[in-house]
Design a protein around this ligand. Structure first.
Ligand SMILES: *[C@@H]1O[C@H](CO)[C@@H](O)[C@H](O)[C@H]1NC(C)=O
Ligand SMILES: *[C@@H]1O[C@H](CO)[C@@H](O)[C@H](O)[C@H]1NC(C)=O
Ligand SMILES: *[C@@H]1O[C@H](CO)[C@@H](O)[C@H](O)[C@H]1NC(C)=O
Ligand SMILES: *[C@@H]1O[C@H](CO)[C@@H](O)[C@H](O)[C@H]1NC(C)=O
Ligand SMILES: *[C@@H]1O[C@H](CO)[C@@H](O)[C@H](O)[C@H]1NC(C)=O
Ligand SMILES: *[C@@H]1O[C@H](CO)[C@@H](O)[C@H](O)[C@H]1NC(C)=O
Ligand SMILES: *[C@@H]1O[C@H](CO)[C@@H](O)[C@H](O)[C@H]1NC(C)=O
Ligand SMILES: [Cu+2]
Length: 625
């Protein structure tokens, strides 16, 4: 299964025969440890409902190698059958796990019949910005029928992450899964016996591609598409009586069931992988002890209910100290946080906002719980109070930023299509010529040559720090996610003008995704310690498609000397001419070539005549990414 294509072998050979980076001086050369994707391998957990323990500790970091085979498969996560974009036949995709410091090698075998790229959400990609997986920013597209290898380390990072497609809206259709980095020195290791991963997501019966088209149709005046159901770890339930005629829908679909042993303590890593919906998460009668927020340990704080926005992750410890019974797990989609008008796509969705799963003590009957929800109200559409999330050990934010930017977020009509604007322009990804290729070794452009619609924010200060002010000048809530860093949340508040007098200069929360409420601002800071091209965007997929994306170009003078591995470059087509007849003559008939053809036909192409090195594509819609 693993080495099937000749292309892949060539890629590996060329990679091995090339000096990639000045690799960190490793005392012990990592051994290449292959993980078999079978149930027999205790470390490869393909069953999200199976508890696991931390990976064995190795004397020195090792290489963990995974293969994700992407293909469309008919599945019915909520009872309704549709083509789901699966990984190794599953949705959610398999869990990828490593220990702190390990090299993580992931072969993507793309059998989707479409292009793709995969992003490792929350991983800083120090020295490997070209493996960040962002179409149009850090790499070209992985053609169908080909394999592409990601190869990175989390370095000092540990905690709960996820991976997902970063090309168009593909992740909404299923290309998403968990990525866990265990810390052998986890200070909370003795506080839990076993672990679980749980993903929360909204789910649509219609393919996202078609939803995006409607969302960006000229004259469309509604809000984001309403989901058809909510899923806990890929399982939910829809109302089949409302399914369209002729569709395949089986009622009473099985819910997510987590089986626990009385007396044990479990670390649940909860990941919100929604396209839009925020959840309020709770387990009846079981308090949640938060110990980790997005790859940072925090001083434990116990809450009964927590809000989790798209892209956000929490590790909570749940103590199995109640009677042997069934308890509801609740991931309620908060109605108030989703804007709806009569025109909104799928306005008549039969969505059950009360998404549920079951926490079942081993030995309890296989029945539905009859437990009651925690009787308490929490503020909707807000993150867990940042003032309650204290780093452990504490760290102070940068005091005097050397660089600062303001990103103002608005919506506006362009040719009668609603776009999302960052300082006046919707992001327009240059899929064939990603920013990293332009700026890194071999590229011939400087950041100042990037077009306005690249939404580039450039800083080159060694040992400096950045302050970013996000001004959300519209009524919607936006969970903003930063690649390449996590950040200190200095403060947030209503209005358009940040108030430095309330900045937390002592012990602010640190995370990589922040919810910015409607008509309000937030200010974040981070250290300039990771040269690269880093996306900064709203994680509501519909808003991404509409252009709510920026790129942070960090320490570009150092990027210039950094080579991009040949494998990463090799997937960028050098086809600069516009002559399709020529292309026909030259048809090598490889899968790659074929799918490039499909790609060309798919998008409306218009060249920019005076751009020396590459072809620019005008997308039908705000598209791609
Ligand atoms: C991954 O990267 C490491 C460090 O650059 C390198 O030593 C190794 O050969 C690479 N492995 C693969 C499979 O590309
Ligand atoms: C997931 O994120 C969405 C979007 O921000 C949010 O509406 C939802 O409440 C989040 N889910 C949970 C469980 O917090
Ligand atoms: C939604 O339902 C309402 C009330 O039943 C109906 O008037 C409306 O036409 C429906 N909208 C769509 C888009 O089907
Ligand atoms: C932001 O940077 C500009 C220079 O680019 C500087 O004049 C200004 O004082 C800075 N503002 C803050 C709040 O640091
Ligand atoms: C940045 O910090 C490093 C390590 O402390 C130091 O070697 C280097 O000279 C500093 N560079 C600048 C421009 O201050
Ligand atoms: C196929 O592609 C290879 C490498 O790009 C090239 O050398 C060869 O001439 C091509 N063959 C045909 C028949 O076009
Ligand atoms: C490229 O074209 C634009 C508009 O067509 C023009 O303004 C610009 O001067 C041209 N640049 C070069 C280098 O020819
Ligand atoms: Cu948004």
């Amino acid at each position: 299964m693993r080495i099937t294509s000749i292309f892949y072998v060539i890629v590996l050979l060329s990679l091995y025969s090339t000096i990639i980076n000045a690799a960190p001086a490793t005392s012990a050369v990592p051994t290449l440890e292959k993980r078999q994707e079978t149930e027999q391998d205790p470390d490869f957990n393909t069953n999200i409902f199976k508890s696991f323990k931390p990976l064995d500790i190795t004397a020195s970091p090792i290489t963990r190698e995974y293969t994700l085979t992407l293909a469309k498969t008919e599945l019915a996560p909520d009872g309704f059958s549709r083509q789901v974009w699966t990984s190794n036949g599953q949705y959610p995709g398999p869990m990828i796990r490593a220990n702190k410091g390990d090299q993580i090698v992931i072969h993507i075998q793309n059998n989707l019949g479409d292009f793709t790229t995969i992003h490792w959400h929350g991983i800083f990609q120090r020295g490997t910005t070209f493996y960040d997986g962002v179409a149009g920013q850090t790499q070209c597209l992985i053609a169908t029928g080909t394999t592409f290898t990601y190869n990175f380390t989390g370095g000092e990072q540990y905690g709960t992450y996820w991976w997902h497609s970063h090309f168009r809206s593909q992740y909404v259709d299923g290309l998403r899964g968990a990525l866990i980095i265990h810390d052998p020195k986890d200070p909370y290791l003795n506080d839990y016996d076993e672990e679980f991963v749980m993903t929360l997501s909204d789910w649509h019966h219609e393919e996202s591609e078609s939803l995006v088209k409607k969302r960006m149709a000229p004259g469309y005046d509604g809000f984001n598409p309403i989901p058809d159901s909510g899923l806990i770890s890929g399982r939910g339930r829809c109302d089949c009586s409302k399914a369209p005629q002729g569709s395949k829908c089986v009622p009473d679909n099985p819910l997510a069931v987590y089986v626990i042993e009385k007396g044990k303590r479990y670390r649940f890593r909860v990941i919100n992988t929604s396209a839009e919906a925020p959840f309020t998460f709770s387990i009846d009668q079981h308090p949640l002890r938060i110990i980790e927020v997005e790859g940072e340990n925090v001083k434990p704080i116990t809450m009964n209910k927590i809000n989790i926005a798209v892209g956000q992750r929490y590790s909570v410890i749940v103590n199995a100290d109640k009677e042997v019974n069934n308890f509801w797990i609740r991931a309620t989609i908060v109605k108030q946080c989703i804007h709806v008008t009569p025109e909104t796509i799928n306005v008549n969705s039969s969505l059950n906002y009360k998404v549920t799963g079951i926490l079942r003590y081993n030995g309890a009957p296989e029945t539905y719980p009859t437990t009651q929800e925690w009787d308490e109200k929490i503020l909707n559409c807000r993150d867990v109070d940042h003032n309650l999330l204290k780093l452990n050990p504490p760290r102070s934010p940068p005091v005097t930023p050397t660089d600062n930017f303001t990103l103002k977020i608005t919506f506006d009509h362009i040719n009668d299509v609603v776009h999302a604007l960052v300082n006046g322009s919707p992001f327009n990804p240059e899929i064939y010529d990603p920013t990293a290729n332009k700026l890194m070794y071999g590229g011939d452009e400087t950041p100042s040559m990037l077009d306005k619609d690249q939404n580039a924010f450039v800083y080159d200060t060694q040992n400096g720090s950045v302050e970013i002010s996000l001004i959300n000048d519209n009524i919607a809530t936006h969970p903003f996610h930063l690649h390449g860093h996590n950040f200190y949340i200095m403060a947030h508040g209503p209005g358009k003008v940040p108030d430095p007098s309330i900045f937390n200069l002592v012990d602010p929360a640190v995370r990589d995704t922040i919810t910015v409420a409607g008509k309000s601002w937030a200010v974040i800071r981070y250290n300039i310690d990771n040269p690269g091209v880093w996306a900064f965007h709203c994680h509501i997929e519909w808003h991404v498609e509409m252009g709510m994306v920026g790129q942070l170009i960090e320490r570009f003078s150092e990027l210039k000397g950094d080579p991009i591995p040949p494998q990463v470059r090799s997937i960028c087509t050098l086809d600069d001419d516009d002559d399709d007849d020529d292309d026909k003559k030259d048809n090598n008939n490889t899968a790659k070539k074929r799918s490039l053809k499909a790609y060309k036909n798919y998008y409306k192409r218009s060249d920019v005549p005076n751009h020396s090195r590459h072809v620019k594509y005008q997308f039908i819609r705000g598209s791609a990414y």
